[in-house]
Design a protein around this ligand. Structure first.
Ligand code: NAD
Ligand code: DAU
Length: 349
């Protein structure tokens, strides 16, 4: 069994590769990753010599390279590769359209060419598109996103992910290509790049830097520990019904300000008592900021028996401890370019 993972050097992809290699010894993984600012081979240091693992540096938009990868007789594709940060998409939308849309089509096309047999497809093939709950847009105080909620993305990032989802769907509707789409809520855990809320706040607390909270801090995200997401993807890959979309989330809605205060409190009590809420700064809101996300996971629970194992209260402590124990990782990813990014995003906010 050969599994092509794209974007496997990023946050969720690296956690997924580690999860699959530890669970199965009959799956060979090829990780195709461009190693953008978000891709980091340090995330995979512990498994880089595993005989079931191969790394290829490359772009999912590179048609020739992608076709060459498919000459390897790939069985499954899990497409994580993407530009993933909303704030960056507001400043530089083009790269989001390129990687997230064109990259997905390039992969789909190569998979289709390699997998076609007569009028249909070879047995045992699947293309899994890792999408996001952000394609559904924003919720009011009530209700949840189900798989039937209309797509209503607002940022260049979420629009590019929605466009990719529709193309994946088109490959199923038009060619009957074996595909699934998963739409997960906000992940947190080890190896997340500190441009995202939780690692950014941990890093700033440790460096006693101001904590930039957008708007009134009352936006709500539905948090899922990354390993629970990896388990869900594994289940959909092996047992998901062809052509179906599965939402993934564990009913862990929290306001942003609650998350920030939880991190401050842990660091205050366990690391540095001078870190406190005086570091919080309410700054200019994100443009087009979605107010609330909340997933209804009924379908994946009932059809595939998935459930989230990590409670938010445990997962957030595990996560903060991981960053404390991996200060060198954090220092490496926040040196150089990250400083310029931070300056650009936050200095005039
Ligand atoms: P990430 O930014 O940490 O990692 C993205 C990876 O993709 C990096 O390793 C990067 O080098 C690689 N990449 C980028 N452009 C590429 C290209 N053109 N060719 C090959 N590789 C490329 O992202 P993440 O948070 O791990 O998210 C992974 C996927 O999961 C994304 O598709 C994202 O939309 C989706 N998702 C993320 C979350 C979340 O909370 N982080 C939630 C739901 C869905
Ligand atoms: O819902 C899934 C999505 O979650 C994924 O598809 C995206 O790839 C992922 O980045 C994430 O998007 P968000 O925009 O929700 O995540 P982010 O960590 O950027 O922000 C979370 C919330 O925190 C959001 O309401 C904005 C706010 N925020 C973020 C940052 C970086 C702040 O208040 N201050 C900050 O400095």
């Amino acid at each position: 069994m050969k599994l092509l993972v794209t974007g496997g050097a990023g946050f969720i992809g690296s956690n997924f590769i580690r999860y699959i290699l530890s669970k199965y010894n009959d799956i060979k993984i090829i990780n195709l990753d461009k190693l953008t600012y978000a891709g980091n081979l340090e995330n995979l240091k512990d498994i880089e010599d595993n005989p079931n693992y191969t790394f290829i540096k490359g772009d999912i938009c590179d048609k020739e390279l992608v076709e060459e990868v498919f000459s390897e007789d790939i069985d499954y594709v899990v497409n994580f590769a993407a530009e993933s940060h909303v704030d960056r998409s507001i400043v530089e939308p083009e790269i989001f359209a390129k990687t997230n849309i064109l990259g997905t089509v390039t992969l789909l096309n190569a998979a289709r060419n390699a997998w076609t047999l007569g009028d249909g497809f070879k047995e045992g093939k699947k293309f899994l598109q890792v999408s996001t709950d952000e394609v559904y847009g924003s919720l009011g105080k009530e209700g949840y996103f189900t798989e039937k909620t209309p797509l209503d993305p607002h940022s260049p990032y979420s629009s590019s992910k929605a466009a990719a989802d529709l193309i994946v769907k088109a490959y199923f509707d038009t060619y009957k290509m074996p595909v699934n789409i998963t739409r997960c809520s906000n992940n947190y855990g080890p190896y997340q790049f500190p441009e995202k809320l939780i690692p950014l706040m941990i890093n700033n607390c440790l460096n006693k830097k101001p904590l930039p909270v957008y708007g009134d801090g009352m936006n709500i995200r539905d948090w899922l520990y990354v390993e629970d997401h990896c388990k869900a993807i594994d289940l959909v890959l092996h047992n998901g019904k062809i052509g179906e979309v599965y939402n993934i989330g564990g009913h862990n809605e929290r306001t942003n300000i609650h998350i920030v205060k939880t991190i401050i409190s842990y660091i205050h009590d366990n690391v540095d008592s001078s870190v406190d809420e005086s570091l919080i700064r309410f700054v200019e809101d994100r443009k087009g900021h979605d107010r609330r996300y909340g997933i209804d996971p009924t379908k994946i629970k009932e059809e595939l028996g998935w459930y989230p194992e990590t409670k938010f209260e445990d997962g957030i402590i595990k996560t903060i401890k991981w960053y404390l124990e991996n200060r060198e990782w954090m220092e490496n990813v926040t040196s150089g370019e990250y400083q310029k990014y931070y300056e650009r995003m936050y200095s005039n906010r």
